[in-house]
Design a protein around this ligand. Structure first.
Ligand SMILES: CCCCCCCCCCCCC[C@H](O)CC(=O)SCCNC(=O)CCNC(=O)[C@H](O)C(C)(C)COP(=O)(O)OP(=O)(O)OC[C@H]1O[C@@H](n2cnc3c(N)ncnc32)[C@H](O)[C@@H]1OP(=O)(O)O
Length: 257
């Protein structure tokens, strides 16, 4: 499949999607979101792929929605078109997606990174929801996911002031899983992704679904959901293989797809 605004590469069991609009710091428009979803559809269908890495350039993961395209939009049309709803498909993927963020992840760029399962940040990463500077507010989940990630106080300050947050602050706040030297980010992201891709694919989907459920239900309901999914894991060959391998002191070979 030919893409114009992204690059898609396969590294063993890992799919690598690289945003490729350097002239606009990977600003997000309908074309690039559409191509990300096309690539994710392809990777979700591929039984050999167990994990995805989404990344940008050294200078920018994505500098937000394309302001030049957005400036002329009109209310009735964007309401009827349900603008940005396509992006929900990225957040609802079942295979794990790692955001490898170098440089700017602003507005929609920060929102896109937060739709992924976790963020590995380069030491030069800068996060923010500066939409208020443009006379709007985050429109692709930023006020919701950032608040759940870092808490109300910091999310409110970032969204109201439009200031940027560096990698160290982002890690302290809980937005970022780990910080990696910029030059090593992609290699580390692919290494972690390969580790995840070596696990049981259905069980990694169960983990993702169960962790994400914590944002949707009460604690007791979430514990019950997790318990039922744990029970279901015993219907997989991978559970039998994983526990047998431990007992036999050998490496497990997970095969369920
Ligand atoms: C878009 C309509 C259809 C949408 C369909 C689906 C799209 C996907 C959904 C996106 C999410 C939408 C919801 C989101 O909450 C809303 C937003 O994201 S609003 C935008 C928020 N981002 C910003 O405000 C950051 C804007 N950029 C900057 O502040 C600066 O560029 C920077 C990142 C601090 C870097 O500064 P510099 O190093 O000085 O670099 P330049 O400013 O010179 O930029 C270089 C070059 O890139 C162009 N550019 C940068 N950011 C954007 C952008 N967001 N949109 C368009 N173009 C951008 C900049 O204009 C320069 O280009 P040049 O002028 O040289 O041609």
């Amino acid at each position: 499949m030919a893409f114009e605004t992204i690059l898609l590469d396969i590294h063993g069991k890992v799919g690598l999607i690289t945003l490729n609009r350097p002239q606009a710091l990977n600003a997000l428009n309908a074309q690039i979101v559409g191509e990300i979803n096309q690539a994710l559809d392809q990777l979700e269908r591929d039984p050999n792929i167990g994990c995805v890495v989404l990344t940008g350039s050294a200078k920018a993961f994505a500098a937000g929605a394309d302001i030049k395209e957005m400036a002329e939009l009109q209310y009735p049309q964007i309401y009827v078109d349900d603008l940005f709803s396509d992006a929900d498909r990225i957040a609802n993927r079942r295979k794990p997606i790692i955001a490898a963020v170098s440089g700017f992840a602003l507005g929609g760029g920060c929102e896109l990174a937060m739709m992924c399962d976790f963020i590995l940040a380069a030491d030069n990463a800068k996060f923010g929801q500066p939409e208020i500077n443009l006379g709007v507010l985050p429109g692709m989940g930023g006020t919701q996911r950032l608040t759940r990630a870092v808490g109300k106080a910091k999310a409110m300050e970032l969204c109201l002031s439009g200031r940027l947050m560096g990698a160290e602050e982002a890690e302290r706040a809980g937005l970022v899983a780990r910080i990696v030297p910029q030059a090593e980010l992609l290699e580390e992201a692919l290494k972690v992704a390969a580790t995840i891709a070596g696990k049981s694919i259905p069980v990694s989907m169960m983990v993702k679904e169960s962790v994400n459920r914590a944002f949707e239900v009460t604690l007791s309901e979430g514990v019950r959901f997790e318990r039922r999914v744990f029970h279901a894991a015993f219907a997989t060959e991978d559970q039998k293989e994983g526990m047998a391998a431990f007992i036999a002191k050998r490496e497990a070979q997970f095969k369920d797809r």
